[in-house]
Design a protein around this ligand. Structure first.
Ligand SMILES: [Zn+2]
Length: 373
């Protein structure tokens, strides 16, 4: 009996040890597998991210090739702020250096202007053709003679709207003219912007980005039909790419122009460079642009609609207009084809209309308003 009992105990012990060993193995095995799976998941995740990073094109490419508006807006803000800051700084230096006496200097970024006024009811004329016009885009030349010169006898494009010209709803003797310009379109808001302008018998100028013309071809066509001026505003809208060389500038403008012509039939040489000409346009670039027949327009009232994103841009424009009442030469307002701009546009147009302003589209006979260099 004693032997039997001892045998039992030994066997029980052996079995327990065996079971214990087995359980430990199973546990370790399982644990090892889970870790292995997790590792491969993490690894593939990392690989995925790494691949994405490696594959991700430069930001500017993303902007050009996608509709990543958020990204574009971010970049836009930065560039715009930089350009404005540079111009302000430059302006201050210039005023203190070159004009120590006459500390007049109205408004910021005051461009050299001319006296060229399109007069006469609505020059329906939309840009078109370089037609060897001598209109001098060179900032320092008032180009008094250019006014009457060779006019803008555009022959092509200018469908419809030729019948009944607009009659601004204000008395002719008190009439003041302003040039509203909208950049970066066409957009989903173009049609509504145009409808509003028409309500007030106003015309405007649209500086458009190549890709957006393709994205919203109907909007671009509508602009032409409505008698707005259509202008160019680059392909990349990226300072690094656009201003890389004279060749890149002319290349983008040419593509932009061809696209516009293909879609609307208008061959426009009126243009605005991304973020304005200063500080980017070197004398060499200016010459290239001029030699190729382009008319480069900046502005003298910056609505900062892209920054305010609400009705404050209207207040700002009105304030600036009032500071420029005695300004000779075109008053050019920079706005953008944005939702918030559209939302507050009635307020601005209403103010302008009630205060005797008419709004016209830029045309080729005018000497461009440009920032001082
Ligand atoms: Zn722009």
């Amino acid at each position: 009996m004693g032997n039997l009992k001892r045998g039992w105990s030994i066997w029980t012990l052996i079995i327990l040890v065996a079971v214990g060993f087995l359980l430990t193995r199973v546990y370790l095995n399982h644990n090892f597998q889970v870790n292995a799976v997790n590792n491969t998941i993490n690894q593939s995740k990392n690989e995925h991210i790494n691949r994405a990073i490696a594959k991700e094109p430069p930001r500017e490419t993303v902007i050009r090739n996608t509709k990543d508006l958020k990204l574009e807006k971010g970049l836009f803000h930065k560039k715009q702020e930089q350009a404005i800051a540079w111009r302000k700084q430059h302006e201050r230096i210039q005023i203190s250096v070159t004009q120590p006496t006459a500390a007049s200097a109205s408004a910021a970024a005051e461009p050299t202007t001319n006296t060229t006024e399109p007069e006469a009811a609505e020059p329906t004329a939309t840009t078109t053709e370089p037609n060897a016009n001598t209109t001098e885009p060179d900032a320092t030349q008032p180009a008094a003679g250019a006014t009457a010169s060779s006019q803008q006898q555009e022959k092509d494009a200018k469908p419809a709207s030729s019948g009944e010209p607009n009659v601004p709803p204000v008395k002719p003797d008190t009439q003041k003219t302003i040039y509203l310009t909208f950049d970066d379109g066409p957009s989903a808001y173009s049609a509504q912007i145009i409808a509003l302008l028409e309500k007030f018998h106003y015309k405007a100028t649209f500086f458009m980005i190549d890709g957006n013309i393709r994205r919203y071809p109907d909007a671009a066509k509508l602009m032409v039909r409505s008698g707005e001026t259509v202008g160019l505003h680059s392909v990349s809208h990226n300072p690094k790419i656009f201003y890389a060389s004279a060749a890149s500038i002319i290349g983008e403008l040419t593509q932009n122009r061809q696209t516009l012509k293909e879609i609307t039939g208008v061959d426009s040489y009126i243009m605005r460079t991304p973020y304005g000409s200063v500080p980017y346009m070197t004398p060499e670039y200016r010459k290239a642009v001029q030699d190729n027949g382009y008319l480069m327009w900046d502005w003298n009232i910056d609505s900062r609609d892209w920054d305010y994103k609400d009705s404050r841009y209207v207040t700002s424009v009105i304030e600036q207009i009032n500071q420029m009442v005695h300004h000779s030469g075109p008053i050019v307002v920079l706005m953008h084809e944005r939702k918030e701009t559209l939302a507050n546009l009635p307020k601005l147009l209403d103010y302008l209309s009630k205060n005797g302003w008419s709004s016209k589209a830029i045309d080729r006979s005018m000497t461009p308003v440009q920032f001082r260099t």
